[in-house]
Design a protein around this ligand. Structure first.
Ligand SMILES: N[C@@H](CCC(=O)N[C@@H](CS)C(=O)NCC(=O)O)C(=O)O
Length: 212
């Protein structure tokens, strides 16, 4: 039987799915698309994932999981030994809460800051849409920084890496990639460095860097 295919793109929200798969040792075929080249808009890709976004996990036989929250949860459920999802109901609910919040942040603020033309029909308004999106990302990062510093981000089971921690890794990545001031986010920076040093995560990030 063919392996499940994880469709992603380097240093995007798909990275969270890649890192969860790496940490779980999931036997996936991981394929990276260039969003710049529009490879997520080809008829072949849209036939598999009509949303035209990454990540998507194609399990074969017409079964496709989209939305990173769902993909991460699926990886955790199918690889329980990795302990990615804490078993305590409160910690699990908090984990899903954080992932849902990050997903909403993507749609409401991160995408508008990158692709303002999708959020206004008026070309003259694009710059202000992008600027407001960026302000909202900054507000969200300040909130995430404070919550992380207060210890409000659950880990995984038995001291393993947790899905919420992968979500916060993505926020730390955002500080770097969106060129915010790292000194304003010391907890996110330390969190990013701690997780990036895990051997499987380091290998996965190295692969993304090689692809570019
Ligand atoms: N709601 C989706 C959002 C995914 C998303 O925004 N993906 C971005 C990359 S970070 C994408 O594919 N952008 C290309 C596009 O929207 O055209 C999820 O949670 O997975």
């Amino acid at each position: 039987m063919a392996k499940p295919v994880l469709w992603s793109s380097t240093f995007t929200s798909g990275t969270m799915a890649h890192l969860a798969a790496a940490e779980a040792g999931a036997d996936f075929d991981i394929r990276f698309l260039s969003l710049k080249k529009g490879e997520h808009r080809t008829p072949e890709y849209l036939a598999m994932n009509p949303k035209g976004q990454v990540p998507a996990l194609d399990l074969g036989g017409g079964r496709v999981v989209t939305e990173f929250l769902a993909i991460l949860t699926y990886i955790a459920r199918t690889h329980p030994a990795a302990g990615l999802m804490p078993s305590d109901p409160y910690a699990e609910a908090r984990t899903l809460g954080w992932l849902g919040w990050i997903s909403a942040l993507m749609g409401s603020s991160i995408l508008p800051s990158f692709m303002p033309s999708r959020f206004t029909a008026d070309p003259a308004a694009e710059a202000s849409v992008a600027a407001r999106g960026r302000e909202r990302v900054a507000e969200a990062l300040a909130f995430a920084e404070a919550e992380l510093a207060r210890g409000e981000v659950p880990g995984g089971e038995h001291g393993g890496l947790g899905l919420a921690e992968i979500g916060f890794f993505f926020l730390g990545m955002g500080v770097r990639f969106l060129k915010f001031e790292p000194a304003d986010y010391p907890a996110l920076g330390a969190h990013y460095a701690r997780i990036a040093a895990r051997p499987r995560i380091a290998a996965a990030l190295g692969r993304e860097r090689d692809i570019g």
